[in-house]
Design a protein around this ligand. Structure first.
Ligand SMILES: [Zn+2]
Length: 133
């Protein structure tokens, strides 16, 4: 399945990643086959150069807003400042197999994955095609 994302939104996330030596992170909103919006979040990981952890207050607020009829939370994004745009073993350990989209920005650009049970990568992620609109 393809997931549509606007090239402007993708460019914004890539610029955010390029501006930081730490991993940047945020939340993605839209539908199962479409990313409509992204919200940058604070990376509260103890070692933000090598890990990311989205601030729980931002996550809770997004869930609450979605329940109240706001944009649907469909995934997250983060960067690998000195690595490839593929999920690490650490990412796989942190990811729930809940169908979330994970957008990763790294060397060579941005790639998109979905968290699934028994995925092709680390048993947790399947890559999906991001079609730019
Ligand atoms: Zn990662």
């Amino acid at each position: 399945m393809e997931v549509a994302i606007s090239s402007a939104l993708l460019a914004r996330i890539r610029a955010e990643a390029a501006s930081s030596r730490d991993e940047i992170c945020g939340l993605l909103f839209g539908a199962l086959d479409r990313i409509d919006a992204a919200e940058p979040c604070r990376n509260v990981a103890a070692d933000p150069r090598r890990r990311f952890e989205i601030e729980s207050v931002a996550l809770l607020a997004a869930h609450r807003a979605a329940r109240a009829g706001g944009p649907r939370l469909v995934g997250c994004y983060h960067s690998h400042p000195s690595g490839d745009a593929i999920p690490s073993a650490r990412d796989a350990a942190d990811a729930e197999p809940n169908g979330w989209l994970w957008l990763i920005v790294g060397a060579g650009g941005a790639r998109l994955f979905r968290t699934v049970q028994g995925g092709a990568l680390h048993g947790r992620f399947d890559e999906v095609i991001a079609s730019q609109r």
